[in-house]
Design a protein around this ligand. Structure first.
Ligand code: TYD
Ligand code: MG
Length: 452
């Protein structure tokens, strides 16, 4: 067995060092030097000569390559399948990121328990007993699901060789560590090495691997950016921990689109798939309240009706406060400036608070018009009609701009019983015989005339 050799490399310019140091002498960058393996022992972690190898790559002529659909493993979870683009691709690495406590472990355990294949759930975070208790909470048991609590990759691979699972879940990549690197678990070089070993295993045996990854305070997956480049799919599980909704998005997907979206509801007994989210997100109230407006947004390919709440009040202190939850604060400031300039509203001396209900975050620009309507309604203390909704972007000069796939939004609004939808005059709409009234508007001033 040959010796393991490691060296330290600057991640920004590539200069090699024998020892760690804080600043790179060559490019002067700080904290960019990390340890990397330069020579592995001959008997490597995952040998390609084992009997387990199910797929060995051979060169093929391009016209011999079979383009028929990649076989995919059904996860028996419609939302998860949709986000992945139809199921898990054999031999793929999927990384699931999300804030602590959002439900990553719950989601993957639930999926592991539903699968009819042999699954191995490796946890470096919880004991087997804790996982069993969680499984009991989900009310699911599966004799094909094995739980392993281990953090050393070499040990994990030994168990995998014996068990030959059809799918492997790792909770989490930050707890793994490989013998070949000395730095502690969760460090850049450990994450890189462990992921490399897992990729090698996945590709050689065509076994899919699902990885859980922690995220940092600013919302990025902890560890090197290269982790996201190495895996095939990056999923993000998000939502507000104080609310029940969880959204699963694909940030990168080598085998499908990144437009799809999965919605779950966190219940006492695990995550429930939500197939018709609009009905849940809109609170059905009898009373009409000022400052509430409903937006017909599109999340991925799915229409989603979302309630926007605004509160406009007189500023007590000199500088007015602006606060937005679930909506971009810069965009709110921009919309306020447009209202000030184009519609003559003196919002400069007012505090404005904005909230998207349900604890979700929206980046569809079509929500703009509902935000403006909610602000106007709260400012005048005049409730909007209950059964109207909005779908348009607002431009800097106060013009109401068209949004993509407006017809899909109109049909969703009609399905949910809205009587009127406000859209831009510049949207081309070829829908006929709709029950819902399509109100075309072109400027913010027009909207103000209609609603307050
Ligand atoms: P968890 O999956 O441990 O989060 P992560 O792995 O992302 O850190 O989820 C923990 C939260 O989910 C915890 O606050 C309890 C809650 N939960 C439920 O509400 N219902 C359930 O059935 C389960 C298993 C957890
Ligand atoms: Mg967890």
């Amino acid at each position: 067995m040959s010796k393991i050799k490691t060296a330290f490399f600057c991640q920004s310019c590539g200069t090699q060092y024998a020892k760690w140091q804080g600043q790179c002498n060559a490019c002067k960058a700080w904290n960019t030097i990390v340890e990397e393996l330069i020579q592995k022992p001959e008997k490597s972690d995952w040998k390609s000569s084992t009997a387990q190898v199910k797929r060995v790559a051979v060169p093929l002529r391009i016209n011999e390559i079979d383009t028929s659909k990649e076989p995919r493993l059904d996860t028996f979870d419609a939302e998860f399948n949709r986000v992945l683009g139809g199921g898990i691709v054999p031999g793929s690495l999927t990384l699931l990121g999300g804030e602590p406590g959002i439900g990553k472990s719950t989601l993957l355990l639930q999926i592991a328990l539903k699968l009819p294949y042999k699954t191995l759930y490796v946890s470096g975070e919880e004991s087997q007993k804790q996982i069993k208790m969680r499984a009991e909470r989900i009310h699911s048991s599966n004799t094909n699901c094995y739980i392993l609590t281990e953090t050393k990759t070499q040990h994990i691979f030994r168990q995998i060789e014996e068990l030959e699972p059809d799918i492997v879940v790792i909770d989490s990549i930050q707890t793994l560590h490989s013998d070949y690197i000395e730095s502690s678990s969760g460090s850049i070089s450990q994450i890189k090495e462990c992921t490399t070993e897992l990729i090698k295993f996945a590709k050689e045996t065509a076994t899919p691997v699902l990885l859980i990854g922690h995220i940092t305070k600013d919302g990025n997956i902890a560890g090197p950016k290269i982790l996201e480049h190495m895996v095939d799919t990056v999923l993000q599980f998000e939502g507000d921990r104080n609310h029940v909704f969880r959204i699963l998005r694909a940030h990168k997907n080598r085998f499908g689109s990144t437009n799809e979206l999965g919605i779950y509801e966190m219940q006492g007994s695990g995550l429930r798939e939500v197939s018709n989210p609009s009905e849940l997100l809109i609170s059905k109230k009898d009373e009409e309240l000022s400052g509430n407006a409903i937006a017909a947004t599109l999340e991925g390919m799915r229409p989603l009706m979302i309630e926007v709440q605004a509160l406009v009040s007189t500023a007590v202190y000199g500088t007015p406060q602006r606060s937005a939850t679930g909506f971009n604060a810069k965009r709110l400031n921009m919309l306020l400036a447009v209202l000030e300039k184009r519609a003559g509203f003196r919002l400069g001396a007012k505090d404005v608070f904005l909230n998207i209900t349900g604890g979700i975050t929206v980046d569809d620009p079509a929500i703009d018009l509902a935000v403006v309507a909610a602000i106007l309604s709260s400012n005048e203390d005049e409730p909007l009609q209950k059964d109207i909704c909005f779908a348009a972007e607002v431009g800097l000069s106060g013009e109401i701009r068209p949004v993509q796939r407006v017809e899909q939004r109109i049909l969703e609004a009609e399905k949910l019983g809205f009587s009127t939808i406000f859209v831009s005059k510049y949207n081309k709409i070829s829908l006929k015989n709709t029950k819902i009234k399509i109100q075309l508007v072109s400027k913010i001033e027009d909207l103000a005339d209609f609603i307050v």
